[in-house]
Ligand binder design. Structure first.
Ligand code: PAF
Length: 281
C-alpha cells in the first residue's frame, strides 16, 4: 500500500489503474479509523480491483465551535488498518493541498440539507459535498463507500451524485456497533468512562422503538415520544433531535406508511452522538 500526500501522485496511480482496465473503489474518511471504516474498506476491496482510502480531516465541514482542532488523528494506525483491509492507496493530503486559499467554487445542496444535522450545523454539508466532489474528481472511482451511521450524509451524497450526473455507484454500508450496541465512531474516544456507559442509551432507545413498530404502531409521534422518554431517563443525555422522516427526501412523516428513517442526535455531556435505523414496511 502506498501513502500519498499529493493530488498529482494519486492521479498518476489512477491513470495507470484505468489504463490497465482496473476498477477503483473509494472510501472517503477523516481518519482515526475503526472497525466501521474497516468494514467499508473490506467491502470496497471485495468489489473493486484497487481501493483508495482518503484520510483527511476536512476543515470546511466543521463549524466555528466544533472540534476541528482536537479531532483525533493517527496516520500510522490508519495505514496499518487500511493495508490489512485491502487498500492500495492511503491519500493523506494537507488542507493546503486540497484547497486554494482563494477558492470560490463550492458544492451546495438544499432542502435535504435544511433538516436534521444540516439544520444544526450550518455549512457542514456544503463542506462535505465539496470535499467529496473533489475526491471523486481526484480518485475517479467506479464505486464509493459510506457508512449508514451518517444517514443524512449518505442521502445527501446519493442525491448529489444523481443531480450532478456522477458516473459513480454509492454503496451504503451497515452501522458497526460495539458489543453493548453503541455505534462505532471516532468521536466515542472523547467520552469519559461514565459517559461511555450513558451513551448506550442511543441504541437502546432505538431498539425499543423498533420493537414498538413491530407491534404495528404507525403513529410517528408515538415513536418519537417513546424514544424521548427512554433518553430522558439517562441523566447525562440531552436530546438534540429525535425524528421520523422519509428515507429518501428526509422530510418528516406523521403516519408511517413506507420506508422511514428514524435518526437521533443526542449530547452525552458535551459530545454529540448520532444513531439511526431504517424501518421498511
Ligand atoms: O463521513 C466522514 O468521515 C466525512 O464526512 C467525509 C465523507 C469523509 C467527508 O469529509
Amino acid at each position: 500500500m502506498e501513502i500519498l500526500h499529493s493530488i498529482s501522485d494519486v492521479k498518476k496511480y489512477v491513470k495507470r489503474f484505468k489504463s490497465e482496465g482496473l476498477t477503483i473503489g473509494l472510501v472517503p474518511t477523516m481518519g482515526y479509523l475503526h472497525e466501521g471504516h474497516k468494514s467499508l474498506i473490506e467491502k470496497a476491496s471485495s468489489e473493486n480491483d484497487r481501493v483508495i482510502v482518503s484520510d483527511f480531516v476536512n476543515p470546511i465541514q466543521f463549524g466555528p465551535n466544533e472540534d476541528l482542532d482536537v479531532y483525533p488523528r493517527d496516520l500510522e494506525h490508519d495505514a496499518k488498518l487500511s493495508e490489512s483491509a485491502g487498500a492500495s492507496i492511503l491519500f493523506n493530503p494537507e488542507p493546503s493541498e486540497m484547497y486554494f486559499d482563494d477558492a470560490v467554487t463550492f458544492v451546495n445542496s438544499s432542502e435535504i440539507t435544511d433538516v436534521l444535522c444540516g439544520a444544526r450545523r450550518p455549512g457542514h454539508f456544503r463542506g462535505v459535498c465539496t470535499v467529496v466532489t473533489k475526491l471523486f474528481n481526484i480518485a475517479c472511482p467506479d464505486k464509493a463507500y459510506f457508512g449508514e451511521k451518517d444517514a443524512q450524509q449518505l442521502a445527501v451524497i446519493k442525491r448529489m451524485v444523481r443531480d450532478l450526473n456522477f458516473d459513480i455507484e454509492i454503496v451504503g454500508c451497515p452501522i458497526i456497533r460495539e458489543e453493548d450496541g453503541l455505534a462505532k465512531s471516532s468521536r466515542n474516544t472523547y467520552l469519559s468512562p461514565e459517559e461511555r456507559k450513558a451513551a448506550t442509551v442511543l441504541s437502546r432507545s432505538l431498539n425499543n422503538a423498533r420493537e414498538i413498530l413491530k407491534t404495528g404502531e404507525r403513529d410517528a409521534d408515538k415513536i418519537i415520544k417513546a424514544i424521548t422518554l427512554d433518553i430522558e431517563k439517562e441523566p447525562l443525555a440531552k436530546i438534540d433531535y429525535v425524528e421520523v422522516v422519509d428515507s429518501l427526501s428526509l422530510k418528516s412523516v406523521s403516519k408511517i406508511e413506507k420506508s422511514v428513517l428514524i435518526p437521533i442526535a443526542v449530547y452525552i455531556g458535551k459530545i454529540r452522538l448520532i444513531d439511526n435505523f431504517t424501518f421498511n414496511i
